[in-house]
Design a protein. Structure first.
Length: 242
């Protein structure tokens, strides 16, 4: 039986190269609170324009129906569903922009995961996201947490200030209706051995236990495409707030 299980595992790894990474990642990070089936939804007012193209439309629509996804080609809702199929992504217009996600629960965000098609099966990796800011809508924060985010944090040695309060749509003051905190910035590399990559928030910011009801992924750039950026999936992990 042990030998049979080993053979099955090897076959699965050959047929689905990222399967093992997905299983290990899910075990280590916990549930995805940006999953459509769990209640997560796209915040259209906080989401950039979509490129409406016909490329791979038939294949994408067919897979979409099988997976229970929206049938709109390039729809931002695609990033809330599991499964990686060539062309079945959110085609964000241009090389920079953002997407807002209402989480399925209020949580304290611990990490995020970016999924993309493997470099071995992708036709074009220049449209993959590269630098991404992770913003969280502050539902509840202690005075200490507000103070930390208000002054920003530049103590992690790379010269970049993170943990700042503001609005990802502007550089101005915080709006009275909603406060956002720039939790951290990630660099996604589609040329890495694994196309599914997890990024943990800085420890000193995680320990502040800020409660968040929604997340905004602000894409600052991709790997070379000026026409569009193809986002396959953003996942959000954390601890539910009781």
């Amino acid at each position: 039986m042990v030998k049979l299980n080993s053979l099955v595992r090897l076959w699965l790894e050959h047929q689905f190269p990222s399967l093992t990474n997905v299983l290990v990642l899910s075990k280590n990070t916990g549930p995805d609170f940006a999953l459509y089936f769990s209640g997560a939804r796209i915040i259209t007012s906080r989401t950039s324009s979509t490129v409406h193209s016909t490329s791979s439309g038939t294949v994408s629509s067919s897979w979409g129906r099988v997976m229970g996804r929206p049938s709109i080609q390039g729809s931002p809702e695609n990033i809330l569903f599991p499964g990686l199929y060539e062309g079945l992504c959110w085609e964000m217009e241009g090389s920079s922009g953002q997407v807002g996600i209402k989480l399925s629960q209020i949580i304290s965000v611990r990490s995020v995961t970016v999924d993309h098609i493997s470099q071995h099966s992708a036709f074009d990796l220049t449209c993959a996201p590269r630098e991404v800011e992770v913003w969280v809508a502050v539902t509840h924060a202690s005075p200490e947490a507000v103070a930390v985010f208000d002054r920003g944090s530049c103590d992690h040695g790379d010269g970049e200030c993170q943990g700042r309060l503001g609005d990802p749509l502007s550089s101005g003051a915080i709006g009275s209706k909603k406060r956002y905190a720039n939790l951290f910035t990630i660099i996604y590399n589609p040329y890495s051995p694994s196309s599914i990559q997890n990024f943990a928030a800085p420890r000193h910011l995680r320990e502040l236990n800020i409660s968040s009801s929604s997340v905004i992924f602000r894409v600052l750039g991709n790997w070379g495409s000026e026409h569009h950026t193809c986002v396959y999936r953003f996942r959000v992990h954390g601890i539910p707030v009781q």
